[in-house]
Structure formats: C-alpha cells, structure tokens
Design a protein around this ligand. Sequence first.
Ligand code: ADP
Length: 478
Amino acid sequence: MKALGIRSRLTVPYAGLFLLVVVILGSAFFRVLSSDLDRELNRRLDHLCTGLWGYIAFDGDKPVLTFNREDHSVLEFLRTASRYYQLYDGQSGRVVAQSEDSALMHLAVSPADALRLLRHPGFDETRRFAPLRFRSIVFHASGRAYVLRVGVSLADDETAMRQIRDVLLLLLPVAVLASVMVTWVISGKALKPVRELRLAAHDISISNLNRRLPSRGSGDEIDLLAATFNDVFLQLEESVNRMKEFTAGISHELRTPLACLQGEAELALADARMPDCYRQVLTSQLEEFHKLNRLIDALLLLARAEAGEIGLALQRLDLSTLIAGLVEQIRFIADTRHVHLELRCDSPVPAIADPQWLERAALNLIDNAVKFTPAGGTVTLETAVHDGWATLRTSDTGIGISERDLPKIFDRFYRADGSRSKAVEGIGLGLTITKWIVEAHHGTIAVESMAGRGSCFTVQLPTTRETAPALPPAQAFL
Ligand code: ADP
C-alpha cells in the first residue's frame, strides 16, 4: 500500500480536528440557544399566567374578564394570554371557563389531572393538534381554590431552532471543505522547497558530487536540511576523491613491481641461460615480491584501521629505552649508508603507549630520516618530556621537503617530487600509518623541514592514563 505523503498526513488530521471542533462548537451553540429560548418561554408563560389571573373577577360563581377596553396594550396582552386558557374548579377538577381555541382543540385536561395540577402546579406540554406549552397556577377567590392553565404555541421557537440547525448542518461540510483546501494549499506551499530540494538532490550523482543543494537564505529548517545534506555531499566528495587517489595509487604501486616481474620472466625465458642467470633473475624477483608483500601489508593495515578493527594494548613504558633499542636495529643500515646516528635519550621519558605500534611509528620516522639523508649526514634522535608530553624528535640533515610537498606528506601514496626522494625506495604509506598510530594514542605529530637542509619530525604522546585513549579510535586518519 502506498504510504500517505506529508501533505495528506497534514491535511487529513487537520480536517478531522477542524470537523470535531466545528461539531462540538455547533452543538454547544445549539444547546445554549435552545435552553435560552426555553427559559425565555417559561418566563413569558409565568408572566401571561399571573397577568391573566389579575384580570379575572367572579360574578357569583362565574368568572369574568374585567379590563379597560380602551387600553390597547392590555387588550393585546389578554389576546395572547387568553388564547389557550382553562380555569378549573379546585374542588371538582371540572372546567369552569376556557378559551374558544382551547374548547375547539379539546385542550382541557380531565378532572383527575386538574386536581393533580392543583397539588403540583407547573409546566406541561401537548402536541395533539399543535405544539403547546402550558403553565398552571393555583389561586383562591371567595374562599374557593381554582387552577388557571395558560398555554402558548411552541411552533415559532421550534421553527427557528430547526432553521438554525439546518444552517449549521449546511455550513459544516462547506467549512470542512474550505479547511481541507486551505490546509492542502498551505502545506503544498510549505513543502514546495522540500520538493525542489528532492529534485536537486536527485540530480546529484557520483559523477557530479561537486554540485550542491540550493539554499534560499531564509535560515529555516529547509535551509538547515540543505546545509546538512551539503555537508554530507562534501564528505562524500572527499571520500570518493580519496578513494580515487587510493585506487590510482594502488594501481601505480602494483604496476611497477608487476611490470618488473613480467619483464624479468620474459627475458629469462627468451633464450636459454646458465643456472647462475636464473638465480640472478629469481633473486631480483624475490625483491619485487618482498616489495609487493610490504605494500599489501600496509594496505591491509590501513583497511583494518579504517574498519576500526585495531585495538591498542596500552601500557606505561619508557620512550628512551624503546628508542635506544630501535637504534640498535637500524644502526647497521645507517652505517651501510654512511649516515651518522646520534642518540640523545639520556633520561627516562614515561609514556602511555602500545610498544609494538609505537615501535612501528618510530621505525618509519627513523627509516625515512636515514633513507633521505645522503652519506656523511647525521640523524639525531631525541626524547624528553615537554609540557607534560612524552616527546620524540627525529631530525636529519637530509634532502628536506619542499614547502609545496610538506602539507601532503601524510597523505596516502604521496611521495615528494624531489628526484632523490623518488629515487629512494618506498611506497608512500609509511607516514600515513605513522600519523594514524600517533593519533590513535591521542598524540600529535608535526614536521618542520626545508628543502636541501633537512627535516625534523616531532611526536608527542600522553604521559598519564588520564590523557591516554580509553578505546582504540576507529578512523583516526582516513
Ligand atoms: P615512503 O617513505 O615510503 O616514500 P612515507 O609515507 O614514509 O613514504 O613518506 C612520504 C614522503 O615524505 C616520502 O616519499 C618523502 O618524499 C617525504 N619524507 C618523509 N620523511 C622524510 C625525511 N626525513 N626527509 C625528506 N623527505 C621525507
């Protein structure tokens, strides 16, 4: 079943509510009016009944109406009051006098009922020939009790109430229809920007993620929605761009060793060679395999970090001891390249870190420093506590990094353009991984460098558990 749109969902309840309110107000108005008319009629009947009694006199036992025939207002009053009246004897309950209309329409009650009225005078109604309401009062004259019963027609009041009811019933559907139409139009207008937003969003696809939703500048909810979507599109665009760069980077990094492997294999097969030649080719291929392995390892690590699958086993350690141990591992390579390694890690530097991951980060930095420093240069490693942070500084007198490359060196697959840098082996993922490791420790990494003069990388790590991360961060560097 198709779900109702917002417009219908706004209109239907609103129309229902409006209908309910109109029905409640209409029936309340009708009831108030009807009881007002009722009260007014009873007051009028009281007035007619007591008034008429004032004009009744007795000629012996015979009641007669005595009044000034010149007085038109009295005449008018008596015409109304005496139209439907009966006078009953209080002892026998028999009618002693009644109006012509009353006699014609047989409005007089039985003697038993008249005696009941004597005991309980009040109001009663009949609808036999016409709708009439009566008022009975008891009075005494010449020592005898009488019941005077005066009636008025209910026809006018009932007709008026019927007309009011008809008008209300007619107005009800018109009002509801009008409210439905007004709500439909207003909600349509209110939702128009949402429709425009939907159409604009529909036009944005993976191929044109640089497009943005229009903002009307009103600062309302729709504009906020558009701004939120635009933020999401921006993030998507950046992610897609990163993915594109990533794919291009992987393809590039895979193509070179694969092309080497293929070329060497083709060459070896081209003509019969001596076993020594095959050994040479296989040794060279093994190097390429190692390179591919390193690349795949780094890619897997990035993928796991991206998925938040890497946890840190944090512990309190001495940064100076850890770096001193690493230097011993790398000293051989540095000596081979004739790079002097200087260690300034004299005093213990406490840090909260995962030793394995921290070693990997530090090794990347030291390896880079040695790689990018020409023979005769110096790499200095220094540990200290600065402003409450455990600090590791690796500085070298190497080729340095240009101002243009500096902001990008932590990006995946980025390798600075300098011919020396390109000539040095690497895949451009070392610093990305290092940055992730440092930030996963809630630490910071900064670089200062000048092309041709050397570089200095500074890593800062928490020294206490309060500043160390409680949980491994999921996507610290992506
Ligand atoms: P790789 O070392 O595999 O090329 P990295 O991510 O470790 O990748 O480094 C990225 C780039 O940053 C390097 O290719 C190099 O251009 C530059 N770089 C890093 N460390 C240094 C350094 N100590 N001196 C000069 N350039 C450096």
